[in-house]
Design a protein around this ligand. Sequence first.
Ligand code: FES
Length: 183
Amino acid sequence: MANTISIRRAIAKASTEPDVIAAVRKWKNKRGSLIMVLHEIQNARGYVPRDVSLYLAEELEVPLARIYEALTFYHYFKLEAPGKAVISVCTGTACYLKGSPALVDEFVKETGAEVGSSTPDKLFHLQCVRCVGCCGLAPVVNVNGKTYGKLTPADIKKIVHEWRERFAGEIAPEEAHPIADES
Ligand code: FES
């Protein structure tokens, strides 16, 4: 019973995350939709979280076992986060033109992580990703499924501080809730 509740909670959480919604909306009912959605999530997050897989199984009507078959068959997919807080800065065209390179510089400065790598304590992992499907919010950053939009370099310090605080309080990434995208 407790297990069922935690699965329902995980599915409910994933169903509200803008990058997941955008990927499902884009690919649902198209040929090869499962792999394409998994690619989008891997691209946006740096890995495919369990709660997202649970949600996709339900939403795409695909057995969970088939999703994990695909995730473990292709080396491209990762099941674990490369850092506790995975910072994905969108450098797709819309975000790039609205200033995402300056956001990347600021994250490097604030976290000490280079693009594509993690801090030595594995608290932060920084990566640049292609369009995550929320261009109206450009420039966009996703941290563990939480989407931040219309950012300026001045916002970055606060985001880094927020995630430092979360892990200082030992809140697991699975409990992070998306807030910023209300579109
Ligand atoms: S280009 Fe960044 S969300 Fe589309």
